[in-house]
Design a protein around this ligand. Structure first.
Ligand SMILES: O=P(O)(O)OC[C@H]1O[C@H](O)[C@H](O)[C@@H](O)[C@@H]1O
Length: 280
């Protein structure tokens, strides 16, 4: 590997990438093709939250960072309820296809999963994860239909954003209706201002290109998205206590804002879909 911004570290039966260039430091687990942290050097503040008790040895999907959901979202597979939540990519081993840090200011990295085949996947496809790590982080989940027939799929970049105090955080840029997963998918109106005060699991039925997280009146994170049909907002609140890889108070410092396709997208043979999220 000739990219000077990239180091590979082996630990716990897993490989981690440490990317450091002039603009940022980013850690990635090759198990899951999973971004764990993104720290711009301008302020040394991690934009992502990783559970202090996350399991990183490949035994289960990682809690925090940016899990990849594909080719279904949640348990919404359609034909079976017994398949893994959020599909098969976040528990795959990934490898580096290419890496380049041209001017030292940003690093472009492409990862590929060991396989895109698995229980519940009835098509062949090629998947790549493209990352651009600089003053901002851009993550692109690319799906190419290599089957001889069309297929439908869902996907999400399930980012756990770091917030200082969830009680003080506000989401700006979401309006309209959402499906409340905690209330049988009931359609409700997005609150304004958009703050959270309890367990939240919402599929917003709109696809804004830009959202902002505000804390104490300051804009702390901007999320840009492309080629999505919804935004998912999730925080388990105190039910985090019953999630084995989350501590009881972890919910105070995280907010999932997920760039997602949840209504199904049809990809014809040879077609490509690119789900994009940028964290600024
Ligand atoms: O526990 P996981 O399988 O990682 O899923 C965590 C969460 O992901 C999404 O936000 C879903 O909308 C939630 O229903 C789910 O609980």
């Amino acid at each position: 590997m000739s990219d000077p911004s990239l180091r590979v570290v082996e630990r716990d039966n897993n490989q981690f990438l440490i990317i450091e260039n002039k603009s940022a430091i980013c850690r990635i687990s090759l198990f899951g093709g999973h971004v764990l942290s993104f720290i711009p050097k301008a302020d040394n503040r991690d934009r992502l939250w990783l559970s202090p008790v996350a399991i990183l040895n490949g035994e289960r999907a990682i809690r925090g960072g940016i899990p990849l959901c594909w080719p279904w979202f949640g348990n919404d597979h359609g034909s079976s309820k017994d398949l893994p939540s959020h599909g098969i990519l976040r528990t795959q081993k990934w490898t580096i296809e290419s890496s380049d840090s041209d001017d030292g200011r940003s690093t472009s990295l492409t990862l590929v999963p060991d396989t895109t085949q698995g229980q519940g996947v009835a098509f062949s496809s090629e998947v790549k994860l493209h990352l651009v790590i600089g003053e901002q982080l851009t993550v692109t989940l690319e799906t190419i239909n290599t089957s001889s027939h069309a297929f439908d799929f869902n996907c999400a970049l399930h980012s756990y954003l770091a917030v200082q105090d969830i009680h003080e955080a506000q989401i700006q840029g979401l309006t309209g209706e959402y499906k409340d997963k905690l209330d049988k998918g009931e359609v409700k109106q997005t609150p304004s201002p958009y703050t959270l005060s309890g367990q939240t699991d919402r599929i917003h039925q709109e696809s804004p290109a830009e959202l902002h997280i505000i804390e104490k009146g300051q804009q702390v994170i901007t999320i840009q998205s492309a080629n999505h049909d919804s935004i998912v907002v999730w925080n388990p609140w105190q039910s985090a206590a019953s999630i084995t890889d989350m501590d009881a108070f972890g919910y105070k410092h995280m907010l999932c804002v997920e760039t997602a396709v949840t209504n199904g997208i049809t990809l014809e043979p040879g077609e490509t879909h690119r789900l994009v999220q940028t964290i600024i």
